[in-house]
Design a protein around this ligand. Structure first.
Ligand code: PXG
Length: 443
């Protein structure tokens, strides 16, 4: 018998949709439909208002259904719905590239458009390898990620990614190495960046000793690890990675898909931590989640290496790109979203409210089942004590309780994650953590 659910006045069939990163059997037995949104709330078909505790999936920091973005998309769809991305261009893609150049740290000057964080990851890894080939050092191919890292789900991204369940079904990937993660028992319940752990960056020196830098193309890390449960870098760690990369001619890639455009309380993670990578990947917040888009922003020297080795002037210098790279609707949405970012000062808003958010989430430290609390900017996570042999069960149960109480929180592994919209009021933040507190007591 097919599974169905009521959605407003109609009934929908749940069978055909194979849902991404979802327990399909559980969802279809216990559907949680979202049919609308308003500001920092979601609306359900049965008329409930649900506080959005993760800005969608870390992507709607400006709040939902922003009229400025919706109007820009509608206007663009009537003016130029699509233009060929290869060998032709449309003005808004150039305008947006300049805008991203201006909003990202000095030195990051050339912008390659993609459609997601996963495509940004694989694109950045291909750029890194090809760059060294263009520079006459074709042996530099090895890619290094970090345990607990998340760089999306394409083959390059899972190869450098460090989350086992995302890789183990899929067989061989690229040959990669991983730095140790920085989630240390010494640092539990730290507010913001822990003081201890910068030495873990020195593992990169050990990998250089093992492989020789002549074989290593790039290191990719998230400024703070997001998906694995908000793991802020130890103080001095990113600086040390940067120094080791410089010493050995290894490109440093920051995956800023979550940290970019406001989440840290700065324009980017690079700005917040004061470390500039050679390549920075963005997605999510670029368009406020309204149209899929990602961007890989690289140093001018990297772009120039491709131009110099490009052959006859009519030849393609970098055989890579997507039909929808720089899609007109995405560009229009991004320009409107970045207008809001600047006019409403989302980086400043987060910086101002981050202390309140921090106090609220650390207020849960003594609640039942809580083993750790971590936070940075408008991002935070709880690690919860597991049921024997069932690490993922308690966060799921807590999240289901919250959903019943009108709060959407993200659960995965043994963590709960929080990433409110930048525009969320303090009263909503307090309510969010009150509900979570009740859920923990009930669990
Ligand atoms: N890199 C990073 C750092 C990410 O966080 C991706 C790449 C992949 O992006 P796409 O657009 O291909 O999904 C991500 C995505 C969570 C959560 O709960 C995180 C992501 C996605 C969904 C949930 O932390 N990050």
């Amino acid at each position: 018998m097919s599974q169905r659910t009521q959605a407003g006045s109609g009934v929908i069939d749940l069978d055909s949709y194979w849902m991404p990163f979802t327990g399909n059997r559980e969802f279809k037995a216990n559907p949680r439909l979202i049919s609308g949104a308003d500001g920092v709330h979601y609306l359900t078909p049965d008329g409930r208002r649900i506080l959005d505790g993760l800005s969608g999936l870390w992507c709607c920091g400006a709040g939902h259904n922003r009229r400025e973005i919706a109007d820009a998309i509608a206007e663009q769809a009537r003016t130029l719905d699509y233009a060929p991305a290869f060998q032709f261009g449309h003005p808004k893609a150039f305008e947006l590239a300049s805008r991203l150049r201006d909003l990202t740290p000095a030195g990051l000057d050339r912008v390659f458009f993609v459609n997601s964080g996963s495509e940004a990851a694989d694109t950045s890894l291909k750029i890194a390898r090809a760059y060294w080939r263009q520079r006459g050092r074709p042996g530099k191919t090895r890619l290094i990620g970090r345990a607990k890292g998340y760089h999306g789900v394409n083959f390059g991204g899972i190869a450098v990614g460090g989350i086992g369940p995302n890789r183990r079904l899929f067989g061989a990937t690229l040959e990669t190495d991983h730095l140790a993660h920085t989630l240390l028992p010494e640092n539990t319940f730290t507010r913001g960046q822990p003081a201890y752990g910068a030495h873990l960056a020195d593992e990169l020196e050990e990998l250089v000793a093992l492989h020789d830098a002549s074989n290593i193309a790039a290191v990719i890390v998230e400024p703070f690890a997001g998906s694995a449960g908000v793991i802020p870098p130890p103080q001095g760690y990113l600086e040390r990675l940067r120094a080791i990369c410089d010493r050995h001619d290894i490109l440093l890639i920051f995956d800023e898909v979550i940290t970019g455009f406001g989440r840290c309380g700065a324009r980017t993670g690079a700005d917040f931590f004061g470390v500039t990578p050679d390549i920075a990947n963005f997605a999510k917040q670029i368009t406020n989640g309204a149209v899929p888009m990602g961007a890989v922003v690289v140093k001018k020297e990297i772009y120039d290496a491709f131009m110099e080795q490009g052959g006859p002037h009519y030849m393609v210098e970098f055989p890579h790109g997507y039909t929808y790279s720089g899609h007109p609707l995405a560009c229009a949405a991004a320009l409107a979203a970045l207008d809001l970012f600047e006019s409403e000062g989302f980086d400043r808003q987060v910086a101002e409210k981050a202390g309140f958010f921090e106090d609220c989430i650390h207020g849960l430290a003594n609640h039942p089942h809580v083993l750790d609390v971590r936070n940075l900017g408008f991002a935070g996570a709880l690690t919860l004590a597991s049921y024997q042999g069932e690490p993922a069960r308690r966060p799921y149960e807590v999240a289901m309780y919250c959903w019943q109480r009108g709060l959407y929180v993200r659960y995965g592994g043994d963590t709960l994650q929080f990433g409110p919209a930048f525009v969320m009021e303090k009263s909503d933040i307090a309510e969010m953590f009150n509900i979570v507190g009740d859920a923990l007591r009930a669990a």
